[in-house]
Design a protein around this ligand. Structure first.
Ligand code: NDP
Ligand code: 2IT
Length: 445
């Protein structure tokens, strides 16, 4: 296998899918050597079979807005790979959603899920529906209309969706409610459910907490045991960003930024627990904008900006793909940043990743660092199958262990001759090897 040749072929067959090609490029570059050391992989054309999704559903969703207008959106579900378990991955509602974005996410999810040590394949779905400014009724109408079409392709052992950008507990509940009505079963074919109907404790917190557990494992390799004295810049102000901030505070670190798609806030005094409580309320109850934090606390707000120019020791990108470029990476390094751990999926551009690796800082790619979310989804599936619920402590303990195991797997495959741990290489090879071995064992299908 030659990475360039495979990429050229995929570009020709699937033009205009830049995010998909970007994600594939990064993985193929890391695994080329290992892949070529296994002639049985090439004989089975594993590379094409692992890059191209098993199937993609695309459909129109028709729904009624509050004024009685009939509206349409496009929705999709990418079932990427089920070699090691049912398709598993979130649903994203955002105007930018396209087949390219969902294909990149489903591809990444396949390797991430393999890393979790739990039996889950990879999938992703979503719609170009924009939830911003919609009433509860409109959100419900849309979720129900989407499920009317998608439900037949889902099931507890087939495909289990969850949340992602624009899809939280409210949306999962509306989709799951309609799914149950149509499928006439109650086995938990969604994760991120409400605690009253099969959800798991810690699932809302899991991605952010897991990212910090992963970060702590990385810091330990450099002799750092807590976050005292560390200054963190976080992007986003949604599910992942807010729980990341909460865990940073708990471990004694300082949080100086948060953001949304309109701009970022910089609070030199640090966002403390009380201020963070306000953000949870602002975001979850009022669905407000981060600008309102700056108005309330009188700190700097930079419209249209991203937080990477503020001096920090740790950067935690937790908003969206390609939100941190090569120039941002150079600025972070210049300002003394020692670690970058990705809460979001593919937030760093290839140029930024190159800068991090060249400077040999601690850099954890999303598929390792943010795997705590889907891991806890896996734990939710386990609890549903057993028809019982674990305590907060039990789930948290399992989450910590899984993040530690993912860290160990990255070290196993990613340590370089000078001792530097290349987490990109480690995560890609560890995830790939598990999926590849499962596919080889299962034959040509
Ligand atoms: P939310 O919808 O809860 O929050 C997303 C946040 O990112 C919001 O603050 C949003 O701002 C901002 N954002 C979204 N799109 C853009 C954009 N194009 N430019 C700038 N800011 C943007 O989503 P999550 O917190 O769940 O997801 C954040 C990231 O984490 C995503 O990359 C997701 O794939 C990843 N992830 C999520 C997991 C989960 O369990 N939820 C698990 C693993 C990864 P605004 O409100 O203005 O849109
Ligand atoms: O990107 C991700 O891992 C998620 N959005 C969570 C997926 C899940 O199934 O919990």
């Amino acid at each position: 296998m030659k990475t360039e040749e495979v990429l050229n072929d995929l570009q020709r067959r699937f033009p205009n899918e830049p995010e998909y090609h970007q994600a594939v490029h990064e993985v193929l570059e890391s695994i080329e050597e290992v892949y070529n050391a296994h002639p049985e992989f090439e004989k089975l054309n594993l590379i094409e079979r692992i890059c191209i999704p098993d199937r993609i559903f695309s459909f129109r969703v028709t729904w009624l807005d509050d004024k009685g207008n009939v509206r349409t959106n496009m929705a999709y579900r990418v079932q990427h790979n089920n070699a090691i378990g049912p398709y598993k991955g979130g649903m994203r509602f955002h105007p930018s959603v396209s087949p390219s974005i969902l294909k990149f996410l489903a591809f990444e999810q396949t390797f991430k899920n393999a890393l979790t040590t739990l039996p889950m394949g990879g999938g992703k779905g979503g719609s170009d529906f924009n939830p911003k400014g919609k009433s509860n009724t409109e959100i419900m109408n849309f979720c129900q209309a989407l499920m009317l079409e998608l439900w037949r392709n889902l099931g507890p052992d087939t495909d289990v969706p969850a949340g992602d950008i624009g899809v939280g507990g409210r949306e999962v509940a509306y989709m799951y409610g309609m799914y149950k009505k149509l499928a006439r079963e109650n086995t938990g074919t969604f994760t991120g459910k409400g605690i009253e109907f099969g959800g798991s404790l810690i699932r809302p917190e899991a991605t952010g907490y897991g990212n910090i557990y992963f970060l702590m494992n990385m810091l330990k390799s450099r002799g750092i045991d807590d976050l005292k004295g560390q200054v963190t810049a976080i992007s986003g102000s949604g599910n992942v960003a807010t729980y990341t901030a909460q865990k940073v505070l708990e471990l004694g670190g300082k949080v100086i930024t948060l953001s949304d798609s309109d701009g970022y806030i910089y609070d030199p005094d640090g966002i403390d627990k009380e201020k963070l409580d306000y953000i949870f309320e602002l975001k979850n109850v009022y669905r407000g904008r981060i600008r309102e934090y700056a108005e309330k606390y009188g700190c700097k707000y930079v419209p249209g900006g991203r937080p990477w120019g503020e001096k920090c020791t740790i950067a935690l990108p937790s908003a969206t793909q390609n939100e941190l470029n090569g120039e941002d990476a150079e600025t972070l390094i210049k300002n003394g940043c020692i670690a970058v751990s990705e809460g979001a999926n593919m937030p760093s551009t290839p140029e930024a990743v190159e800068v991090f690796l060249k400077n040999k800082i601690l850099y954890a790619p999303g598929k390792a660092a943010n795997a705590g979310g889907v891991s806890t989804s896996g734990l939710e599936m386990t609890q549903n199958s057993m028809r019982l619920s674990w305590t907060r402590e039990e789930v948290d303990e399992k989450l910590r262990r899984i993040m530690g195991d993912i860290h160990d797997a990255c070290v196993k495959y990613g340590v370089e001759s000078d001792g530097y741990i290349n987490y990109v290489k480690g995560a890609n090879i560890a995830g790939f090897m598990k999926v590849a071995k499962a596919m080889v064992a299962q034959g040509v299908i």
